[in-house]
Design a protein around this ligand. Structure first.
Ligand code: PLP
Length: 427
């Protein structure tokens, strides 16, 4: 299957006709449990000697088909779905970390991820060090004996900044640590982190993978390339795991160790499970991923270029523009385009931004991105309201800035909507 091109895999990977009925579309297996053939069959399943269905907190046929498809699109060896993008991040770190361990993360991340890493994971005894990933020496210097992972986004929120993944992967290799890349904003169509050196890829399936703002979901894909046994730093994976009757996952399962651990221990005990109905919506969405991403990118480029040349605008941060300091990275990191999310600074500051948001007709004012519909948010008056102005500026959410997530409508209609709303906002 993996020999096929992306356009074929997004429809056919993990979509054989249903073995029970021949159903052509992936059925929604809305069931909690599965009948064992006999006691021996049940024992073999629980011992991981045979792969099969036990209970839907661990695996479900519809959800597994989605994992198979995203795995094929990312070029991994195994994947696990979970309940949200944030769940995927915790699930990715879970087998690697112990109390006292830390992850080194880029300063340029989705706001919710900064909160998750800087505040919430402290309760697990995990730590974080935030580093500017453009400073590779600082990244390397931040690594200590307790560091267990390096974390960044391929394209990052809100400014459309692009991480130099090959360079960061070079540091990860040198220090012998796994690199986790959140590929939500690029999708596997625009960026393939595993080919660029990532160990694990995480997704919020809530965004472009589903593509229409209907579900929350997450996926983790494992490259299968990391040697979990070499350093002795990953006992959950490469030493007897007390949480699974002393199984050494790496010894027993080799490159599938992370995937099986994430199901057999991660989903079993953390319970961050994706539901089959949600998996079905995401499977439907992924069938058109490449078509949608091409249109998202073309529209984003058209809108960003128009805005950049408009006298009512101070600046536009889209990496697809030649004026962007990150433009050079597009061809190397996300060769099919720089995504469709960027920020725009409006002359007239906070007041003008609020009026712009209030006067738009096609753009929806929501805290989401990666929808077929175009979306806008004025971060300073919403998601980043609690921060000081200094913090807002550092987060790319200054009072004079709005964030646009460009949809797949007609670009001229989007530009006309922005034009009329800018007129009203700056009158
Ligand atoms: C939305 C988002 C997340 C979190 O995903 P949820 O599905 O909302 O939990 C993580 N990373 C990025 C880049 C996102 O855009």
């Amino acid at each position: 299957m993996s020999d096929y091109s992306f356009d074929t895999l997004q429809i056919h990977a993990g979509a054989e006709p249903d073995p029970a009925t021949g159903a052509r579309q992936v059925p929604i297996y809305q069931t909690t449990a599965y009948v064992f053939k006999d006691a021996d069959h049940a024992a073999r399943l629980f011992n991981l000697q045979e792969v099969g269905w036990i209970y839907s907190r661990l695996t479900n046929p519809t959800v597994s088909k989605l994992a198979e498809r995203v795995c094929a699109l990312e070029g991994g060896v195994g994947a696990v779905c979970c309940s949200s993008g944030h769940a995927a991040q915790i699930m990715a770190l879970f087998p690697l970390m112990m109390p006292g361990c830390n992850v080194i993360a880029s300063t340029r991340l989705y706001g919710g991820t900064i909160t998750q890493l800087s505040q919430t994971i402290k309760r697990f005894g995990w730590g974080v060090k935030f580093v500017d990933f453009d400073d590779l020496a600082a990244l390397e210097a931040a690594v200590d004996d307790n560091t267990r992972a390096i974390f960044c986004e391929s394209i990052s929120n809100p400014g459309g900044y692009i991480t130099d993944i090959p360079a960061v992967a070079g540091v990860a290799d040198k220090v012998g640590l796994p690199l986790i890349v959140d590929n939500t904003l690029a999708s596997p169509y625009l960026c393939r982190p595993i080919e660029l050196g990532a160990t694990l890829v995480v997704h919020s399936a809530t965004k472009y993978l589903t593509g229409n703002g209907t579900v929350t979901g997450g996926v983790i894909v494992d490259s299968g390339k990391f040697d979990w046994g070499k350093s002795g730093k990953f006992p959950s994976l490469a030493a007897p795991e007390p949480a699974y009757h002393g199984l050494n996952f790496y010894e027993a399962l080799g490159p599938m160790a992370f995937t099986f651990h994430s199901i057999a221990v991660g989903l079993r005990d953390l319970g961050m499970t994706m539901n089959p109905q949600g998996a079905h919506y995401t499977l439907m969405g992924i069938e058109t991923l490449s078509l949608r991403m091409d249109k998202h990118v073309a529209n984003a480029k058209a809108v960003a270029e128009w805005l950049e040349n408009d006298p009512r605008i101070d600046f536009v941060t889209y990496a697809g523009l030649e004026s962007s300091p990150y433009h050079e990275r597009v061809a190397r990191v996300c060769p099919k385009g720089a995504g469709a999310l960027f920020t725009v600074a409006v002359k007239g500051g906070y007041e003008a931004c609020v009026k712009l948001v209030n006067n738009l007709k096609l753009f929806s004012h929501v805290a989401n991105l990666g929808d077929a519909r175009s979306l806008i948010i004025h971060s300073a008056s919403t998601t980043h309201r609690q921060l000081s102005e200094e913090q807002q500026v550092a987060a790319g959410a200054a009072p004079n800035v709005v964030r646009l997530s460009i949809g797949i409508e007609n670009a001229a209609d989007l530009i006309a909507d922005l034009d009329q709303a800018l007129t009203a906002a700056t009158a």
